[in-house]
Design a binder for this molecule. Structure first.
Ligand code: CA
Length: 351
């Protein structure tokens, strides 16, 4: 056996032991609920495209795209992204007027209201407007009730409003179980983009950043951290922001006129640079990657995430029996591997 082979065997062995117990044996396709604040950032849309790619690979079954941003255009935007590549997942949304983030985000208006010269919508969509998506809690209760036990993975990449409402829900005609009992029975784990787990913040939570997903609905986030009966795996702000998604990929793969191009470009121009030449963070995309290819991610010791204050800072308390773990920082060489893989996974076309 030559030296290169020995090294590659060592690498395979180390990769295998790095996979958290319980993940490697996942049966495919994994049934997934994707809970998003579509419109507030572009990574939600690219994360959705990754899920479609995993569906094409036979690894994912997208049960529903739930919307936690309280703006009906959020569902329309998701539908525009999906319709562009010929997909039509099931949608649900927070009951209008009961949630947070009611604004038009960074690109909802541009995407949903853009018109052709004859006044028809520029971007194809399959739903009628206003989007009367079913209300999240009853829709998600029904989906869970009909799912196999301990099978569903819940990916949360926005506010925890739907999640908290679902956990608080009472027995009804759909199921005699409470939301928490139903969740415990049907959901395997939650992959969530939330919080700040940088070493400085862990040491001193008072100095931690108020991460957007937690801070925007801190009450629901705190409730979910406290009451979620299954493991939660956190991709913190510092993880996704350390791995960028290149603007050059948007220019070369998603040409002008593609809704992903429009959203990325609008976001970049409004948020960072007038010329839009900005490499975005991969926040939500890392929460999707973890579910299907956990070998890219290293997890922390177990513990408990809780709200440190009402403004949305969190703290992590190590504990042997804790249900929570966060993504550990990784060397730059591994970041490059994740970036390349994410780029590949977001390349979905209408076939
Ligand atoms: Ca998001």
């Amino acid at each position: 056996m030559d030296f290169k082979k020995i090294i590659s065997y060592i690498f395979i062995y180390l990769s295998a032991i790095a996979i958290p117990a319980g993940f490697a044996q996942d049966k495919y396709p994994i049934p997934v609920i994707f809970d998003t604040d579509m419109g507030n950032d572009i990574d939600d849309a690219l994360a959705l495209y990754m899920l479609f790619k995993y569906e094409d690979m036979g690894k994912c079954r997208l049960l529903c795209v739930a919307h936690n941003k309280d703006n009906p255009k959020s569902v329309v935007a998701t539908d525009i992204f999906a319709s562009r590549i010929g997909r039509s997942p099931k949608y649900c949304a927070i009951a209008p007027g009961t949630g947070v983030s009611r604004n038009d985000g960074w690109y909802l208006r541009e995407l949903c209201e853009k018109k052709n010269p004859d006044a028809s919508p520029f971007y194809k969509r399959s739903i009628k407007e206003p989007a009367n998506a079913p209300e999240s809690v009853s829709c998600l209760r029904k989906i869970l009730a009909e799912s196999d036990d301990n099978a569903v993975v819940y990916i949360s990449v926005g506010f925890s409003t739907n999640l908290a409402n679902l956990l608080k829900s009472k027995p009804d005609e759909i199921s005699e179980l409470s939301g928490r009992e139903l969740f415990a029975k049907k959901v395997k784990y939650v992959s969530i983009m939330a919080g700040d787990f940088s070493p400085e913040s862990l040491k001193n939570p008072a100095k931690a950043m108020k991460e957007f997903n937690v801070a925007t609905d801190a009450e629901s986030a705190g409730y979910a951290f406290e009451n979620c009966p299954v493991p939660m795996y956190f991709s913190g702000f510092e993880f996704g922001s350390s791995i960028t998604y290149p603007r050059s990929e948007i220019d070369s793969f998603f040409e002008e006129g593609h809704p992903i191009y429009e959203a990325y470009d609008t976001c970049s121009r409004k948020l960072y640079r007038r010329d839009g030449k900005f490499d975005w963070a991969t926040f939500d995309m890392t929460s999707v990657l973890f579910v299907f290819e956990p070998e890219y991610i290293k997890l922390s010791e177990p513990g408990k995430v809780s709200l440190f204050d009402k403004e949305g800072r969190i703290k992590f308390t190590p504990s042997k029996d804790g249900l929570h773990k966060y993504f550990l920082q990784i060397p730059d060489s591994n970041k490059e591997k994740i970036r390349s893989r994410i780029i590949e996974l977001a390349r979905v076309v209408n076939e």
